[in-house]
Design a protein around this ligand. Structure first.
Ligand code: GLN
Length: 492
């Protein structure tokens, strides 16, 4: 029998339907892979008993022919999603051993459709980071390595555990979240696919909040088709999240293989950065050529406010974070560090519970929201945000259906290599992804090539609001042309 962990989600689904293997065998194979891959530090909590019970339930459903679309499919869950009765920490010491008495809407929909939970996945603390190095559980190691080197590389962030687990074959797909690039950048760093849906497409209820006007949940998986399958279960209206939108969830898988002939694809000149590595430039051109060969029409476009996106994001996101994180006071949730008076207890708990990057964001956020600075920073950033959104709207009004850009300015870098002396060095990773969050648009990262050292590189497609299907159709064209990317040899 083929190694069940090498299957795609779609192949596993079809194999289960044909009774080629059982759900419990599929889950056991992945649990064994998880156990053998502890050196990657992708999982912060393994839930093997729960996984086996869920897989057995899936087998029972297969026997009676009533399973949902994800019946028996083993998944990993980013530790930002509240899972009922299962420790959820956002990879922060401040949540300690918090065990939620409720389930996030997105994960409850996955279980409704029959998926199996293998455990909780590592991420940057409160999803703040681009390398998974800010997690209180320590960094995740990228399964990919440079040719002839055993240097440990980051998997990207903040969804580093999610992408490492999928690319190493520990699960068939995973949940992730994206506030400024946390689905797309790590997917690109590990040679897998990641979709950040339109703001409002997936419920944020039960997901630990970072910056509420930017946060959006989405899937990461081995292929575009797998991502589309997961998306159908994750999306949907939820009355518990007032920003969730009540529009029909399409069968996204049907978009796979659909012709892209005549589609107008924009190439924004502002994404051509000075000093951009020639291999990224080449990859971008290659992607445009592939889409053209499939019948799409490529047009040059301009998104003039792009250069303000990163500075504006690093005002808006910390501002919202400082407000959201005010709730961690030592009274509710996990950690409490005592003090003489209640104020001391708050201070001690927060000083001890938050890591350095989170503290930095809270300080920036409270500063830009404070009296006297609010207009100069926060209000101005909000105005810039409107202009960024308008740039996209103007292009869409001219008939552009999607926009092609690189996903990241480089391939994966080494653990400890970036952002030590200057945090801005790390923030620059988000240069191609933050605009999408600022405008609330959907974006997909698809593996498209490798750099000189053999590391994967991704391309990004940005779509019109709620037109994720267009991204799946176009993404699959790139995937077909570029081929799949699997980590070299298993060394972990
Ligand atoms: N890297 C960005 C940040 O640190 C985005 C993170 C995210 O999308 N959650 O804010």
């Amino acid at each position: 029998m083929t190694d069940l962990t090498s299957l795609t989600l779609a192949e596993a689904r079809d194999g289960l339907a044909k009774k080629s293997f059982k759900a419990i065998e599929l889950t056991d194979a992945h649990l064994a892979a998880v156990e053998q891959a502890r050196s990657l530090n992708a999982f912060v909590l393994e839930t093997p008993e729960q996984a086996r019970a869920m897989a057995q339930g899936a087998d029972a459903k297969i026997a009676t022919g009533e399973g949902g679309p994800l019946n028996g499919i083993p998944l990993g869950i980013k530790d930002l999603f509240a899972t009922k009765g299962v420790r959820t920490t956002a990879c922060s010491k401040i949540l300690g051993n918090f065990v939620p008495p409720y389930e996030s809407t997105v994960t409850s929909q996955l279980w409704r459709d029959g998926a199996v939970m293998l455990g909780k996945l590592n991420n940057d603390e409160f999803a703040m980071g681009s390398s998974n190095e800010t997690s209180c559980f320590g960094p995740v190691v990228n399964p990919w390595r440079r040719a002839n080197s055993d240097a440990k590389l980051v998997p990207g962030g903040s969804s580093g555990g999610s992408v490492a687990a999928v690319s190493a074959g520990l699960c068939l797909g995973a949940t992730a979240t994206d506030t400024g690039g946390s689905i797309r950048q790590p997917a690109a760093f590990t040679g897998i696919v990641g979709l950040k849906p339109t703001y409002g497409r997936c419920s944020r209820w039960g997901i630990v909040a970072f910056a509420s006007s930017l946060d959006q949940a989405g899937p990461v998986a081995k292929t575009v088709r797998d991502t589309a399958i997961l998306m159908r279960s994750m999306a949907g209206h939820d009355p518990k999240d007032t920003t969730s939108v009540d529009i029909v969830v399409p069968d996204y898988e049907k978009a796979i293989g659909k012709s892209v002939k005549g589609m107008k694809i924009g190439i924004p000149k502002e994404y051509r950065l000075d000093g951009m590595p020639p291999e990224i430039e080449k990859l971008w051109q290659q992607g445009a050529d592939w889409l053209k060969a499939a019948g799409a029409e490529l047009v040059d476009i301009s998104l003039p406010h792009t250069k303000y996106a990163l500075p504006a994001y690093y005002i808006v996101a910390p501002a919202e974070a400082s407000s959201n994180l005010a709730r961690y006071d030592g009274v509710r949730y996990g950690l409490r560090v005592p003090g003489r008076a209640i104020g001391d207890m708050y201070e001690n708990t927060r000083a001890e519970g938050f890591g350095a990057e989170v503290r930095r964001r809270i300080m920036i956020g409270t500063y830009v929201l404070s009296a006297g600075y609010y207009d100069a920073y926060y209000l101005r950033a909000q105005k810039v945000r409107t202009l960024i959104k308008k740039d996209f709207e103007d292009c869409f009004a001219q008939g552009v259906q999607a926009i092609l850009t690189p996903a990241t300015p480089s391939a994966a870098f080494g653990i400890g290599e970036k952002g030590q002396a200057d945090p801005v060095e790390m923030y620059l990773n988000d240069i191609f992804t933050v605009t999408v969050n600022m405008a609330g648009l959907p974006g997909i990262a698809v593996p498209a090539g490798s750099d000189a050292q053999g590391l994967p590189l991704g391309l990004q497609l940005i779509g019109r609001p709620f037109e994720e299907e267009t991204l799946f159709s176009l993404g699959e064209v790139i995937e077909q042309a570029a081929g799949r990317f699997t980590p070299p040899v298993k060394w972990w």
